[in-house]
Design a protein around this ligand. Structure first.
Ligand SMILES: [Zn+2]
Length: 481
């Protein structure tokens, strides 16, 4: 990750990070114990974060050695080169992107390129401009970004080993010069090597710093650059169950940025900043290897979902470039209890999201209502009722108003999909108030026609929907709970 744009953010967050986020979690990697395993992501992280590569600065001896390691891994796995003149390299100045292609299987979309990439350069020995110090020592960049490279290498190996290839071609990309200003990814969006001249990127996943998974929390950037992307992420997450933190701000701090600026739907996955960020101490023993593999599985699931989608993709959602966390906060703002009459018998208010009309956001749960007893929370997104997907908020309200005395709601909470069973309540007596006190896009679920009293609600606990990990190709080991 490029330090220059991160500096202001990290200055604010520093005290919080130091105060404890890391404290309780440092042992996680050691417990996982797999960082020294001679297989999987741990092997790649250890190789790329070795002192022998001298911090992998773009254009340096160590940077070239890191490139050679990646190329040998791709060649060993049998991946097709997609760089210049039959090589894996796309050269620019003294630096080199590394590109490999898994061809698509459907002629109807063989030119629609799905890209999964990570930058492989880091800051070498560090300077005052790119290091928090001490400078002059090797900055191994185990998290930044040997972890992301390890993830893409794992994905490459899995895709190559799959007997049936996805419909759309998938490009495995390893960007150089990211720490010098996103140079490699900017070069790629401007200049396409010969094997990719007829192809057009339609979806990009960027893995940058995925080595410090703590508390299962993964930050998601760019999730609103394509309609339906949040759902694709949540579906891909069924097998891993990570907590997805959706950050709406788009910042030019990593290789997703040139693609978003080029109007290509792009998502970045990131496990967060830490005390060792851009310091010599960002080293291999602190990497949570199991976490790298979990995030890589999530990325692979997303890549497969998009690469294999029949028909046209949704395309770039331009509003996603401009939306900020402030917009998110106003969408998810809770309607205070008592500020409006309760008219619905189930007990919630929702707000429609222009970025995903098929998933209204819960902005109020009436205490002791059927939905409250079933475990609904504000911030949840309703995505289906009795297995039938939501189309619009209005349609959802109609369904709830006309439902019988029990419902199964499918909801998404922080990237996890859950089903909850709801036993309906008696229609409350109307207070005569109207709903005009609710901010305009919010709406109570409709008042019910039900008059029959129901037995005391015995809520069924929310349970995770069945995982779909089995449908993913084997290879990325599932070794987390
Ligand atoms: Zn960085």
């Amino acid at each position: 990750m490029d330090v220059r744009t991160v500096l202001p953010a990290i200055a604010v967050g520093w005290s919080i990070l130091s105060a404890g986020l890391l404290g309780g979690e440092r042992g996680h990697a050691a417990e996982a114990g797999s960082v020294n395993d001679a297989a999987g992501a741990g092997r790649h992280v250890a190789a790329l974060a070795d002192d022998a590569l001298e911090g992998r600065e773009g254009g340096s001896r160590g940077g070239r050695a890191a490139g050679a390691y990646i190329v040998e891994t791709l060649r060993g796995a049998g991946l097709r080169p997609a760089g210049d003149e039959g090589t894996y390299y796309q050269r620019f100045g003294t630096m080199r992107n590394i590109l490999a292609l898994v061809p698509g299987s459907d002629p109807a979309c063989e030119r629609e390129l799905v890209v999964v990439g990570a930058h492989y350069d880091h800051v070498g020995y560090g300077t005052a401009a790119n290091s928090y110090g001490p400078t002059g020592l090797i900055h191994n960049g185990a998290d930044d970004n040997a972890s992301g490279v390890a993830g893409v290498l794992e994905i490459a190996e899995v895709l190559q080993a799959m007997p049936a290839k996805p419909r759309r071609p998938v490009l495995l990309a390893f960007w150089d010069g990211e720490e010098k200003g996103l140079l490699g990814s900017w070069h790629f969006v401007r200049v396409r090597p010969q094997p990719l001249l007829d192809l057009r990127p339609v979806f990009v996943v960027n893995l940058d710093m995925i080595g410090r998974l703590r508390g299962e929390r993964v930050e998601i950037y760019g999730g609103r650059t394509m309609l339906g992307l949040r759902r694709i992420l949540a579906e891909a997450n069924r097998g891993t169950g990570l907590e997805l933190i959706f950050d709406w701000d788009i910042v030019d701090d990593s290789d997703h940025f040139p693609f978003i600026e080029s109007r290509v739907p792009t998502v970045m996955l990131h496990t967060g900043l830490h005390d060792e960020y851009h310091r010599p101490s960002d080293d291999v023993q602190l990497v949570n290897t199991a976490g790298v593999e979990a995030v890589a599985r999530l990325a692979l699931g997303m890549v497969m979902a998009v690469a294999d989608q029949p028909g046209a993709l949704a395309g770039f959602r331009d509003a996603g470039r401009r939306e900020k966390n402030a917009h998110r906060d106003s969408l998810e703002r809770v309607v205070p209890a008592g500020s409006v009459a309760t008219r619905g018998r189930w007990g919630m208010s929702t707000r429609s999201d222009a970025g995903d009309p098929t998933a209204p956001v819960v902005v109020r749960v009436v205490p002791d209502s059927p939905l409250d007893r079933a475990g609904l929370r504000t911030g949840d997104r309703i995505i289906a009722i009795d297995g039938e997907p939501i189309v619009t908020q209005t349609a959802m309200l109609e369904r709830m108003a006309t439902a019988g005395d029990a419902l199964r709601l499918t909801l998404e909470r922080a990237g996890r999909i859950l089903d909850i069973d709801v036993v309906g309540g008696r229609a409350p007596a109307s207070t005569g108030e109207t709903q005009t006190a609710v901010p305009s896009p919010a709406a109570d679920e409709g008042s019910g026609a039900m008059t029959r009293p129901i037995p005391p609600g015995k809520p069924l606990p929310g349970r995770p929907a069945p995982g779909s990990a089995a449908s993913l190709p084997a290879g990325l080991k599932k070794n987390r709970p």
